[in-house]
Design a binder for this molecule. Structure first.
Ligand code: HQG
Length: 165
């Protein structure tokens, strides 16, 4: 609900992707997904990828990255390491070889700093194939990289010339 189709439970996110915590709980509960404020506190604190952040007084919550909605996250630009990784599957390789990595339904292409994370991302769809991204070269060529609050590297497009299988 904090990243994709919040309207399915009648929830509205603000331009920066924040939802009101009470409203989130009420709307999800009304739509058959009940949870408490305590559940939410626990999820935010223990989520494996630190996907969510509360505001200072914990009345609002948002996802740190991964949205398919248009939201302004005010992401920090950052200089990437020389190499980043992207996990995918075999059936996409031909298209990726032609047009590079594109955002599909999300706001950015998601890249990982370590091979293991990229393998996990790829394995959501089958036998993982990990692509190596020449992120340093991209950066020196003017491509902008962002680092989300939960340390996911994001960019708009990876042209095929910067990819190594
Ligand atoms: C592929 C999850 C054809 C791309 C994960 C991927 C990640 C192309 C799929 C985060 C393509 C998009 C993001 C092209 C890219 N032709 N296919 N030109 N360019 N693709 O889910 O990176 O659990 O939007 O390889 O763990 O898989 O949600 O991106 O397979 O961190 O927090 O198109 O989402 O995290 O799929 O995953 P996605 P992703 P969360």
């Amino acid at each position: 609900m904090l990243r994709h189709q919040p309207e399915t439970v009648g929830l509205t996110l603000d331009v920066n992707g924040w939802a009101d915590v009470e409203e989130l709980i009420v709307k999800c509960t009304e739509h058959g997904q009940p949870f408490t404020k305590e559940d939410l506190e626990q999820i935010v604190a223990t989520n494996d990828k630190k996907r969510y952040t509360f505001n200072d007084d914990h009345t609002r919550i948002r996802a740190n990255q991964g949205h398919s909605l248009e939201v302004e996250l005010n992401l920090k630009t950052a200089e990437p390491p020389e190499i980043l990784y992207h996990g995918t599957v075999d059936k996409f390789l031909e298209a990726i070889g032609q047009e590079g990595l594109v955002k599909k339904s999300r706001q950015h292409v998601h890249l990982s700093q370590d091979l293991e994370t990229a393998q996990k991302v790829g394995s959501r769809r089958g036998a993982p194939v990990v692509l190596k991204i020449k992120a340093g070269d991209m950066h020196r060529n003017g491509h902008i990289f962002y680092l989300s609050d939960n340390d996911v590297w994001l960019t708009d497009h990876v042209p095929p010339t910067f990819l190594v299988k």
